[in-house]
Design a protein around this ligand. Sequence first.
Ligand code: HEM
Length: 149
Amino acid sequence: SHLPDPCLLHQSVKRLAFLSLCCRLFELDPGLLPLFQYNCRQFSNAQECLSSPEFLDHIRKVMLVIDAAVTHLENLPSLEEYLSNLGKKHQGVGVKLDSFSVVGESLLFMLEKCLGTAFSPDVREAWTRLYGAVVKAMSRGWDVRKEGK
Ligand code: HEM
């Protein structure tokens, strides 16, 4: 009768997964750190960013979008407008299109860490395609003239 609370454990497992995605993100591209600013405050290092509630919120937002894409897999065009607006917003905060592939790599890294051998080539392929479709839709909101490429 002294079993731990499963909700508590679930929460920390999810948080671990989120954190492994974020750590990987800044490992792959430390230049992304300055793009995350809240109340005009810049984080002085990745650790500080990773422990801020605003940043964890952003990761949750990313996962909600991914989750919505999975739910609407058969009808991704229904998310098209939302995603292209989301892309526009990201261009507005200074994100480059290339940076989305760094997020994609971090996502695959996290999945691999969490799923272990269950992360088969088929599963990897499925995730690559799903994330690719999300990024493609987000990039429709990009104004190439502003990025200069
Ligand atoms: C290089 C990668 C990225 C950077 C630097 C970045 C940065 C930001 C920033 C600064 C904001 C505004 C503040 C905030 O809400 O936290 C934001 C909002 C958001 N981001 Fe990202 N982001 C990135 C990738 C992504 C990806 C891949 C997704 C989803 C697939 C995503 C989903 C969102 C959502 C849903 C919001 C909230 C938009 C709203 O308020 O309407 N982000 N992002």
